[in-house]
Design a protein around this ligand. Sequence first.
Ligand code: SF4
Ligand code: SF4
Length: 495
Amino acid sequence: MRRGARAAAAAGAAPLEAGGGWRARARPVPGGGRYPAGDFCSRCGLCDTYYVAQVGEACAFLGPGMARAEALEERVHGRVRDAASDERHFGVFQERFAAAMAPPVDGAQWTGTVTSVAIAALESGLVEAVVCVQSHPDDPLRPMPAIARTREEVLASRGVKPSLSPSLEVLAEVEAQGIRRLLFIGVGCQVIALRSVEHHLRAAGLEELYVMGTFCADNGHAEGLQKFLRETSSDPATVVGYEFMQDYRVHLKHSTGQYEKIPYFCLDANTLSEGVIAPSCASCFDYVNGLADLVVGYMAVPYMGVPMTAHPTIVHVRNRRGAELLEPVRARMVEAPLEDSGDRKPFVLETLLSDDRAALGRVQAPAPLPVGEALATVLEKVGPKGLEFARYSIDYHSLRSALKVKREFSEKHAGQHIPAYAAATFAEYDKGGALSERVQWSSWAEEEAAQTAKRRRRLEAALAALSSAGEFRRYALLLLTVAVLLGAIAFGATN
Ligand code: SF4
Ligand code: SF4
């Protein structure tokens, strides 16, 4: 069902011209061309269609960028997030729970919640088509956006393709096919752009748009994924998926059915800090996909000692449409208790400092395997768990993105791009300006020089305090002597 985006753009433009000449005038970015957001483009696919004409009002990296995720909440969900509650981290939701599909969907990344919801939406007639991401025939990990209209076509999209996917490149095709009720499955930056142009799709005939999102962080280009797998796995060619689990280990799933588990601390931060995570994803503030109707993801569920294909995920139902999507599969889901324990804050700062220093160039050897295993085992017992682990991950990614954006965007653009909920997180951890001062440093040498200067200033201040104490003692002695003499004179006069 999928057609090339540019061919679709041509095919879709003509019938819609009466409603908007911008489609005909638009020039999609040609193959190998530069995207409007430059290096920060997350290749969401919008600019591969005539929708490039709307990039200024939709792109998650231009102008208000990621702050659109917050600005559009009221329109999408009927209200903004309650920043005084857990919605500050997780976005608007009316219900959430952890659950696994029973039985699981064979071949899914987890137990197949996303696949099951999409199939049910199609087969119940809720939607006519589903925009999903299938695998390229030559490479199962290479994303290939598609418009699915059958169970088989949705099933072909099982499993995560962990690199940037131009999912919005099918928008022109959606219009060309005259689809009136659509389910879009995607990640935060794509959903921000989609919600921003939704009114144009509706003007062209779309009647209902359902959006099912997944959590997303640390994504990257295909080459970055290959580098990550080469550096992490003993057999990168057979990896079909991976996840950073709550047992402080990366679980790599192989096509053989085997799992490889590497403690976080054994990863080479210096090597992985370059060319793995795309600049867009290192500037992202929408990990939780705040504008989707229904969000399915892992990060808030403690590791339960079972393979990913049997492991519960967490579901956030954000609004009425999310509840409608979930309703037909709810009876096939087995719920698991939600956990929430530990204190994320010291772990957030520790992880941020360690990663930021590696990014600035401090050489840091990965821990030897036995040490990494011991650390992971201890942290699994004493570290944040369940929802608190998710808050840890959200805070850490938010702070890391804020540092990058403040360093690399203009002050005005950074101010527009960072949503208020992320700015509040930055302020919360910026005690004594500890984070703000990091913004100034662009290399480890600069940080070292600044830290040395700071230590010297502290030492000088301490010495100055000691010396003033010495001065004080001298004056105090003098005053005491004068007081004694005056006392003696007064005593002599009275006698
Ligand atoms: Fe265009 Fe999407 Fe890239 Fe922004 S992120 S420049 S909207 S393709
Ligand atoms: Fe988009 Fe953010 Fe995911 Fe990158 S990390 S693909 S910018 S949602």
